[in-house]
Design a protein around this ligand. Structure first.
Ligand code: BES
Ligand code: MN
Ligand code: MN
Length: 451
């Protein structure tokens, strides 16, 4: 019945998703403020049309939150679906094979910014809901909370959650915004890393200088910054910030073994990325390096002359954006503080250093013993013919820890993307098979969760 409905309506489902993907809801770019709102309105309308009792836009200090609700029975369990309708900026535009906001299908995949992260994924929930409503088979109360600021740190979400505890009352949070191992091996994400993000500024002389006249005598902030950044890792790939690892929870040998039992093909991984070798912290596998170990990466670096040709200049300033992925029980505020102290201490007297913190988020681990996790497991077994493997993903969804803290609620991370879907990159895509099977799995989850 579920399969049949999806098959019958799949063309319309896709056309509806494409309409959503055509709206450039880039939350980071104020020029797209109107597009972000239009997207919120379209999502609201779709939730309403799918059969919700209510669907509204809740204003915040930033982009609006879409909230919708369907109550079927006060005695039935309530599922709160979280997702985000905002997307990352599409640049570099010249690297896209087709324009980011003109969804195009190639080889069974939808190419567009947000195709996987997260429009294609949260839309599966709206379609699963529609299906269950049409078939009068919805066995749970459903709440939708689709926000528009996830990609910029969800700054306004904590206040919304704290001031709407009643509205958000539920038995479980369900999120599709993570990845599967593959279409042959389903998985459920049970861990997400946290995040600490800073911007640094290094200043040398009070103005840009002729690199011939002053070069060799006055500090070049780009040279200094490069050296400072390089010193943040030692020869074993460990981060050198004092205290950085103090709160890192070590996994037992059995837990590590279980993690490494997940299928992972290192040769294929390297080939897909076009790299000859992987790197990382000594003593850990690639799956461990991205799943259970903290990291530090420079996300952007600039300064001096970057235009066409050559300009001989000794710049006054250099900048970098640096992210640190965190694992339990590291605290973002504490890590930011440790970074700041250490980074300032690295600066030679020839320069001045400023560190500005950006958003952060706590890491999260979700239980595999809850009724909701079991229901998800059953749903995967039924639809995919295989039990899902629990995995730890390297990305961050800070709201998961916040939901636990503020609402006491556990999350099930039932994502259907793939690591190779090029999230945040040019040519982001999402498999049509992932989309359709995801709808089926979500619909099946409700059946098991109400049992
Ligand atoms: N959906 C991603 C997070 C993700 C991706 C988790 C893949 C697991 C697997 C989310 O939209 C995201 O990009 N989050 C940001 C954090 C945020 C605070 C900007 C991230 O991880 O960089
Ligand atoms: Mn996402
Ligand atoms: Mn994202």
């Amino acid at each position: 019945m579920v399969k049949q409905y999806i098959h019958q309506h799949q063309e319309r489902f896709l056309q509806e998703l494409f309409e959503l993907l055509r709206l450039p809801s880039v939350s980071a770019d104020s020029r797209h403020k109107g597009d972000v709102r239009k997207t919120a309105e379209l999502v609201r309308q779709r939730i309403q049309e799918a059969g919700a009792d209510t669907a509204e836009l809740v204003e915040t200090n930033g982009h609006p939150i879409v909230f919708g609700e369907k109550r079927v029975d006060p005695a039935a369990p309530t599922v709160l679906v979280y997702g985000h309708y905002d997307v990352q900026p599409p640049d570099p535009l010249e690297r896209w094979h087709t324009p980011p906001f003109e969804p195009t299908v190639r080889e069974g995949k939808i190419y567009a910014r947000g195709a996987c992260d997260d429009k294609g994924q949260f839309y599966m929930h709206i379609k699963a809901f529609e299906l269950l409503m049409k078939q009068q088979a919805l066995t749970c109360n459903v709440k939708f909370m689709i926000e528009g600021e996830e990609e910029v740190g969800s700054d306004n979400l904590p206040l919304f959650v704290k001031t709407h505890r009643d509205k958000l009352k539920a038995d479980v949070i369900l999120i599709s915004d993570t990845a599967l191992i593959s279409l042959d091996q389903p998985s459920i994400t049970v861990g997400l890393r946290g995040l600490s993000y800073v911007e640094v500024e290094v200043t040398g002389a009070n103005r840009d200088l002729h690199s011939g006249v002053y070069g060799g005598a006055v500090a070049n902030p780009i040279n200094v910054l490069a050296k400072m950044i390089a010193s943040l890792h030692d020869e074993n790939g460990r981060i050198t910030i004092p205290g950085f690892y103090d709160r890192v929870a070590e996994l037992s040998a059995a837990e590590r073994q279980a993690l490494n039992n997940a299928p992972f093909d290192l040769a294929a991984y390297k080939k897909e990325l076009g790299i000859a070798e992987v790197i990382g912290e000594k003593g850990y596998t690639t799956l461990e390096r991205t799943g259970i170990r903290p990291t530090l990466d420079c996300n952007g670096i600039w300064g001096g002359y970057t235009g066409e040709g050559a300009k001989t200049v000794l710049p006054s300033k250099a900048y970098a954006k640096i992210s640190m992925r965190l694992v339990p029980d590291q605290q973002p505020a504490e890590i930011t503080e440790l970074f700041t102290k250490h980074f300032i201490s690295l600066a030679p007297p020839s320069v001045r250093v400023k560190v500005t913190p950006h958003h952060g988020g706590e890491p999260a681990v979700t239980p595999t013993t809850s009724k909701a996790y079991k229901a998800a497991e059953e749903a995967f077994k039924e639809v995919w013919g295989k039990a899902p493997i629990p995995t730890r993903d390297g990305g961050s969804i800070p709201i998961v820890a916040l939901f636990k803290k503020e609402l006491g609620l556990d999350t099930v991370l039932m994502g259907f993307g793939l690591d190779s879907d090029a999230l945040h990159s040019p040519n982001e895509h999402y498999g049509i098979a992932n989309f359709l099977r995801g709808i089926e799995t979500i619909a099946t989850f409700y059946k098991h969760f109400a049992k």
